[in-house]
Design a protein around this ligand. Structure first.
Ligand code: SF4
Ligand code: SF4
Length: 278
């Protein structure tokens, strides 16, 4: 699997640094990663674009990102049709904005709003005299990219930019507001669970009609000490083998051991072992 992220900002906002940090964090989490800057007029305030690719396989592409799954926008004033160009349907748009804003887009998107400027100022993060919005905005990005561990981002920025940057990243992660916006009908709805995870409309699982337990070589198990009941595993299980009655539970009659639940769990609460047949 590969995910493509395009950053849009202005010279002096740390756009390229954010793209590089994200690639490093992805690498630290076991993924292949790539960061590619693109400079126009090289001066403060002019538009800057950077691309990051994250993949489970080797990355052969060497181009900018043209069809992003995610776009990250450092400055609300540059959020226009150019920025949305070729964003995938149901793609994610992470924007530095202090309040709700109108968005003109011709498709369905997940809009993630974070007040990165306020968080940067509060934590004393500056690039020259500009608030360093690039670090908090990465925290907000991780809210909708749970494959990367927030702790690894906090550690990296703390080592490189000081402890307050880790606090800023965490605050942005926790305070980001996520909405699903339909550009065709204008409908907007908040898609966040109480515990802060996105409810992505991926599937409505139900239990399969064929018992698939005999297909299983590997047996997933949920560690309830770590699980926060975010429902990611329930949403992604292709067999509908995860029940949600108060808490998520695996139905081993139908679980085929594909370990998708293990892959998508943002808390690493699912472990697996070899199946033992009696
Ligand atoms: S096991 Fe993981 S993915 Fe499933 S609900 Fe718990 S934390 Fe979420
Ligand atoms: S391994 Fe996980 S995702 Fe796969 S069928 Fe079993 S419960 Fe569902």
């Amino acid at each position: 699997m590969e995910w493509e992220i395009r950053f849009h900002g202005r010279g002096g906002q740390g756009v390229v640094t954010a793209s590089k940090i994200l690639a490093e964090v992805a690498f630290l989490n076991g993924y292949e990663a790539q960061s590619i800057p693109f400079f126009g007029a090289e001066r403060r305030g002019s538009p800057v674009v950077a691309s990051t690719r994250i993949s489970t396989e080797k990355i052969r592409k060497r181009s900018q990102v043209y069809d992003p799954d995610y776009i990250v926008v450092f400055d609300l004033k540059i959020l226009n049709s150019t920025v949305f160009h070729r964003l995938k349907e149901n793609g994610f748009v992470i924007v530095n904005a202090s309040k709700k804003f109108e968005v003109e887009v011709d498709k369905s998107v997940f809009l993630v709003r974070v007040d990165a400027t306020r968080i940067a100022i509060k934590n004393g993060l500056f690039l020259g005299d500009l608030p360093a919005v690039n670090l908090p905005i990465l925290g907000a990005f991780l809210r909708v990219f749970p494959k990367l561990d927030l702790g690894s981002l906090e550690k990296l920025v703390s080592e490189r930019f000081g402890e307050r940057s880790a606090a800023a990243v965490k605050e942005a992660f926790e305070s980001a507001v996520i909405e699903k916006v339909c550009g065709r009908c204008g409908r907007r709805e908040v898609k966040v669970c109480e515990d802060g995870f996105v409810k992505a409309p991926i599937s409505k699982p139900s239990v399969g009609v064929v018992e698939t337990s005999l297909w299983r070589d590997l047996r997933p198990e949920i560690n309830y000490d770590v699980c926060n009941n975010c429902l990611n595993c329930w949403l992604h299980c292709p067999e509908g083998a995860i029940k949600r009655r108060g808490r998520v539970e695996i139905n081993y009659e139908f679980c085929k051991g594909c370990l998708i639940c293990y892959e998508v769990c943002p808390k690493s609460a699912i472990t697996f072992s070899e199946e033992v047949v009696a």
